[in-house]
Ligand binder design. Structure first.
Ligand code: JFZ
Length: 502
């Protein structure tokens, strides 16, 4: 198969975060045999305990929005799909191969002249996000194409020079903040359209001068965002894989310090910078760089132990991949409300947040699928809020689904039932020596009492105890439902429970 130059470059660019620099953000965490000297390591370890991080841990559900010029083509141009030619819809500028339109870069780089989203209303987005149960938003201020959705003083390639003119970032920050939703700004460091963005380690005097300018420019933009939008809670960095950036560890270390000095509560994930040995996400001793693990992108930790007690969130697309608008989703699996509920509660059961991505179209509309998902998920999160927010990991597993436990009341346990047993008996398993055991149970959404019985099944040398919770046969469960289990003192609770007939 013949590949053109652009495709090969693209593949290299895609591989670079994984292979060209040390990445250790997923899978097995290997600690070095002996501690390495790290000067430009973590600034905020161990886990922060301030109110901003406490709030982060309780967010539960987040919304990501990818919006920019790529929303105009929506992964196609003149009816020709970019599916085979670009890695994702927001990467459509890199469209290469036989399907790419002639002069594509030129077409894309002029899209800003038609950026005029006539239906954009940040207040509607924010209202709908609140309805969905979202507690924080990550919003793209600038993606890899370099187009700024705020009127940056440091660039001409901004919304101010589009027919729309107005500051989009400001409208979004204000509308969401007014709805009580915290805002994080997505910011791509790398820029495809900026001549000063030298991606390899600068060698010639000219490259050095250009990259120096680029570092100053990046810093200026970040300080500008902090000044313009003081209500933001954090930055969500991306495009930090270029060798030139990785090599600028002293600069990025100082920049992180400065951003935090301006706002001591600022939250930054692990994707901003690396140490002087090139280790990203985690320094060379395996210590997290930043306030939370930012590597769980379209993936999930297999279990909580992998996380070493680090904070984390999972960011997820609705289509298989593609963060920006996709006009034609024919033949693509779109995640359903049930998929999202599963991923959300799986994240919550491991102390993580789940962040669902939306890609509005060039006019500022969410898709029909996205809108339906917002409505359906909103009903569900509202009815089950107690088990979703302000909860943490409970150290037991269940074959029916996921456990979460209230942070303010350790006797309130929630079981998200993903898999309803055919006999309608949820057999809950606790170790024999548990001090707290199930004492009563209700269906969370209706607050309906459920029958709870102990079930001493009499296995020889069994280390567990069993409790049967009876699901009413007439309960219609079109979606996962939560059972709230009140825990009580093992000594007194057990006597009160009847034996289950088995
Ligand atoms: C990046 C972007 O390239 C993409 O367009 C989108 O904005 C996404 C949220 O972030 O894509 C990445 C970055 C890092 C990894 C995967 C995709 N990674 O570390 O696995």
């Amino acid at each position: 198969m013949k590949r053109n130059k652009i495709q090969i470059l693209l593949m290299l660019a895609m591989l670079s975060p994984l292979s060209l620099v040390k990445a250790q953000w997923t899978g097995k965490r290997e600690k070095p045999a002996k501690t390495i000297d790290v000067k430009y390591g973590t600034i905020t370890r161990p886990n922060r305990t301030d109110s901003a991080m406490v709030a982060f841990r309780n967010y539960g559900l987040g919304q990501f929005i990818h919006w920019g010029l790529y929303a105009i083509p929506g992964n196609e141009w003149n009816g020709i799909s970019a599916r085979q030619g670009a890695p994702a819809s927001e990467w459509i500028r890199t469209w290469g191969g036989p399907t790419a339109p002639k002069n594509w870069l030129n077409i894309y780089d002029n899209l800003y002249k038609q950026f005029n989203p006539k239906n954009f209303d940040a207040k509607i987005w924010a209202k709908r996000a609140k309805e969905m149960g979202v507690k924080y938003l990550v919003f793209t201020t600038k993606h890899h194409d370099g187009f700024c959705l705020w009127p940056s003083k440091y660039s001409d390639y901004t919304v101010a020079n589009s027919p729309y003119k107005k500051d989009i970032v400001k409208q979004v920050v204000d509308a969401y903040t007014e709805q009580g939703i915290d805002v994080f700004l997505y910011f791509s460091v790398t820029e495809w359209t900026n001549k000063d963005c030298v991606t390899s380690i600068p060698k010639t005097a000219d490259e050095k001068a250009r990259f120096d300018r680029f570092l100053k420019y990046t810093k200026n933009q970040l300080l500008e965002l902090q000044t313009n939008y003081p209500r933001i809670k954090g930055f969500w960095f991306d495009g930090t894989w270029d060798r030139s950036w990785v090599n600028s560890y002293e600069f990025t270390y100082n920049l992180e310090k400065e951003l935090r000095k301006n706002n001591p509560n600022l939250i930054i994930g692990s994707r901003f910078r690396n140490d002087e040995h090139g280790s990203r996400h985690f320094d060379s001793n395996g210590v997290l760089l930043g306030d939370y693990e930012q590597g769980w992108e379209r993936k999930m930790p297999a279990n909580i132990d992998i996380l070493d007690g680090n904070d984390w969130d999972c960011v997820m697309t609705i289509p298989p991949n593609g963060w920006g608008y996709v006009k034609n989703t024919d033949g693509m699996y779109l995640k359903t409300t049930d998929d999202v509920i599963d991923l959300l509660m799986r994240s919550r059961s491991m102390n993580g947040n789940f962040v669902l991505n939306f890609g509005p179209d060039g006019d500022g509309n969410m898709s029909k699928h996205e809108n339906e998902l917002i409505t359906d998920l909103g009903k569900w999160t509202k009815a089950n809020a107690e088990g979703i927010y302000n909860v943490s990991h409970f150290p037991l597993e269940s074959k029916y689904g996921y456990y979460t436990v209230s942070k303010t009341d350790s006797t309130s346990l929630f079981l998200t039932v993903m898999n309803r047993p055919v006999n309608n008996i949820l057999r809950v398993v606790f170790p024999k020596n548990s001090k707290l055991i199930p004492a009563s149970a209700i269906l969370l959404d209706s607050q309906k009492d459920l029958i709870l019985k102990k079930a001493n099944i009499g296995f020889d040398r069994d280390q567990n105890m069993y409790f049967d919770i009876i699901i009413p046969e007439d309960l219609q469960s079109k979606r996962a439902f939560l059972v709230k289990i009140k825990l009580g003192n093992a000594k007194t609770a057990e006597d009160k429970l009847m034996d289950a007939k088995i």
